[in-house]
Write a protein that binds this ligand. Structure first.
Ligand code: ASP
Length: 435
């Protein structure tokens, strides 16, 4: 039921927005003072207070939520309809996001007007940063194996040979698929399966109660994490040579969050999307502070069901899947970043190549995990595909290093849009799967 949170919890929801604003301000002051010791302390404290407690709950919550959501649907044909509609919604919104990003970056051209000195400084420092980032170099060597390999990786994650290993390795996709299979089987098992369903439902409710405890920490945790992230890099970056690039990413995310997705929601789900957004502020603030859709997922599920008026069935199906697969912000970001890098390397992409960017940015977003910087790692898929369509390696994969330094700030913004996209899906799918 919407609006059933108590007065104190509403205060927490409002406090989390205040925490973001205060965190940005304090972070910028710390950056200017060079107080890196305080910044590290804030980062550690924020991780311990908010990120870890949420991450501790997320995997069991995903499993029990998906099983509970599916068994409550009953009839598997309803699951089919929900599954197809949700996938179509995810795909459509991500493609629109990537197309919006590709259009904006092409129109604005943030990589075109820079001085030759700035360009060569960016290129050499970028390659150095890339070589110092083992995750990226590893992704580059895997990504060089092309699109088929990227698809295969996603398929392998979807069909884990050992669901417990997938869980232990923190790969939610395999666990979700296992939970779907188990949920459908339990739904078809009738009375025999009832005790198992009741146990899993009971655990799910208990976990959601535990999420309620963590909610109290959001304002403080969000303040610490945002101060630490801004403190590390400083908002002053927005004025540097990467400033226009960052503005295009942030501008695109703002358009997608405040115009495109609300239109999708209003047309397909009904209701006032901005009121819904305001009611979801706790989860959006958590996404911004943690830069992780996975860490935010417990909050997403809870607020969608309590404040957002989304059905349990739709939320418990769409939110876990969305946190893993549906990343509008990441798709937009990948498109902008890759076209920007090609511009820096003097390559203007044709319409056909931009279409490759849009399609592969969507794939890269689907493949990205819901953790910080995951979108940066999967960007190699997009660069490799565009190079292949150009017929030569016009953009070295190592150029990704150019955007590493400013990634955290953009990650916070795109994760907020990712989570907002998942909530919109839960809201729209509530029409198909009401409680
Ligand atoms: N941090 C993002 C998320 O968790 C993924 C990305 O890096 O784009 O949704």
């Amino acid at each position: 039921m919407p609006g059933t949170l108590g007065a104190k919890e509403r205060w927490v929801a409002t406090g989390s927005i205040g925490a973001l604003i205060l965190g940005m301000f304090v972070g910028e002051v710390l950056h200017r003072q060079g107080a890196m010791g305080v910044v590290s302390g804030f980062s550690v404290a924020g991780d311990l207070m908010l990120v870890r407690p949420l991450m501790m709950l997320v995997l069991p919550l995903i499993f029990t939520s998906v099983v509970a959501g599916i068994t409550s649907l009953g009839d598997p044909s309803r699951l089919g309809r929900l599954g197809i509609s949700t996938s179509a919604y995810f795909l459509a919104t991500m493609l629109v996001a990537a197309a919006l990003g590709a259009t904006l970056v092409t129109l604005v051209g943030p990589g075109l007007g820079l001085s030759p000195q700035d360009v060569s400084a960016l290129k050499s420092s970028g390659i150095e940063r890339f070589e110092a980032a083992p995750k990226l170099t590893q992704a580059a060597s895997e990504g060089g194996q092309g699109l088929t390999y990227a698809w295969l990786q996603i398929a392998r994650q979807m069909l884990p040979s050992n669901p417990f290993a997938a869980m232990a390795e923190g790969q939610p996709l395999g666990m979700i698929m296992f939970a779907i299979v188990l949920g459908v089987a339990l739904a078809l098992s009738g009375d025999v399966g009832d005790p198992a369903v009741r146990v899993l439902n009971g655990i799910n409710e208990a976990l959601l109660r535990a999420v309620g405890w963590v909610l109290w920490i959001i304002p403080v945790g969000a303040f610490l994490l945002v101060s630490a992230s801004v403190g590390k890099v400083g908002l002053v970056q927005l004025l540097g040579p990467l400033g226009l690039y960052m503005s295009v990413v942030i501008g695109g995310l703002v358009i997608h969050m405040f115009i495109v997705l609300p239109v999708f929601q209003a047309v397909l789900g009904g209701g006032n999307p901005y009121r819904f957004m305001w009611n979801m502020r706790e989860a959006l603030a958590t996404a911004f502070a943690t830069a992780s859709s996975s860490a935010t997922l417990p909050v997403t599920i809870r607020v969608c069901e309590t404040e957002g008026g989304c059905s349990q069935r739709a939320t418990r199906f769409c939110a876990p899947l969305g946190a893993t697969l549906n990343m509008d912000g990441t798709a937009l970001y990948e498109a902008v970043a890759v076209v920007f890098l090609f511009q820096l390397y003097g390559v203007q992409l044709s319409f056909g190549e931009l279409a490759v960017v849009v399609a592969t940015a969507t794939l890269a977003a689907v493949g990205a995990a819901g953790i910080p910087s995951a979108g940066l790692v999967t960007m190699v898929i997009v660069i490799t595909a565009v190079n292949a369509s150009l017929g030569s390696e016009k953009l070295p994969v190592g150029a990704m290093g150019i955007v590493i330094g400013v990634d955290r700030l953009l990650d916070m913004c795109r994760t907020t849009v990712n989570v907002w996209g998942d909530m919109g899906a839960a809201r729209v799918m509530t029409r198909i799967a009401p409680d």
